[in-house]
Design a protein around this ligand. Sequence first.
Ligand code: ATP
Ligand code: MG
Length: 388
Amino acid sequence: MKELVLLKCGELTLKGLNRGAFEDALMKNARRRLKDVGKFKFYKAQSTIYAEPLEDCDLDEAVARLSKVFGFSALSRAAVAVKDFDAIKELSAEYLKDSLSLAKTFKVAAKRSDKTFTPASPEICAELGHFLLQKFPHLAVDVHSPEVTVIVEIRDYAAYIHREQTPGAGGLPVGMSGSAALLLSGGIDSPVAGYMMAKRGLSLIAVHFASPPYTSERAELKVKALCEKMSPYCGRIKLFTVQFSEIQQRIKELCPEDYFTIIMRRYMMEIASKIAAENHCGALVTGESVAQVASQTLMALACTDAAASLPVLRPVIGMDKEEIITIARKIDTFDTSILPYDDCCMVFTPRRPKTKPRLHEVIKAESALSHDDLIHHAIHGAVSVVIG
Ligand code: ATP
Ligand code: MG
């Protein structure tokens, strides 16, 4: 029995030229995610993308991976039948025998996009329903809330038999909206922020600030592990690790203590902006949420924004922690995020961080630093690795 995966494209309000680009980007992303599952042929017809295995492979794994590819609204694993109604009936009974044996109720739904095929949809439903009732006499038809829906699609190339569609990841194909640099800490929020922006079609690079010897190598491995967890959704991520201890030490030595965090965050923004621009990114992404900590008050955010030379996207800005955690669990980053390794933000925490910093005061407070040298060193010392 031949099987394949039928993928429905999302956001179909996209029209004309856009739609072709959308589908091409989707096929490219989907093909890449299945690369080590097996050989697949991808093609599109009638606003559906087909992923057809060309060799024996784990189709459950393929479906699991495809359900994380942004841009698909729904998917179904289906059996391929020749366009002959008797063959379709036999194959439906055979293909869905496990579900139909266990269920008490079912119905048939037919979609006939090849209008040359006979019978028409209402007759397909009636006759196939009758056929299946004979094969599985314990079943009853329930058109309103059946346990199993047998779906038959008569399309150009063949007929396809499957159960209910499963939801896709939604959103837009990664890469279609450009690229952004995610400031990735080891915390809960930033991986979620990256996931949310990738869902809007952004491909990501990640910038992580590490402070060895104050932060451990395990903290850096944790950030790599987070990228690995994100990549089934976000695709390939180039992770830059910036050595941040020199900057933190200088701030500690030369700036007023209550400005430490805000100055540190401005340096993060500036360095990330430069790495982003070198890597053709049009924005920064952070996991900041209003009032979560002292550095995330409106006045603090205004001061950090002023140090960024690209727009700063903050998709979790209005979410509370529980909402963010729900997504972190869904994308499986939560357990990694809560591993207890120090982040550079915890290295020197001021006793009374300024919650209402004013930009001109911050600029004055940071004026003792040899700004250009610090930025230059940090960027030249950054190392990168590609994950996913
Ligand atoms: P948490 O779940 O602990 O809040 P967080 O990642 O949100 O984790 P915050 O201290 O709230 O950490 O920092 C706000 C944002 O600043 C982060 O979401 C992240 O985008 C960025 N950030 C913080 N620390 C780092 C770091 N070490 N490297 C890169 N980005 C960082
Ligand atoms: Mg946070």
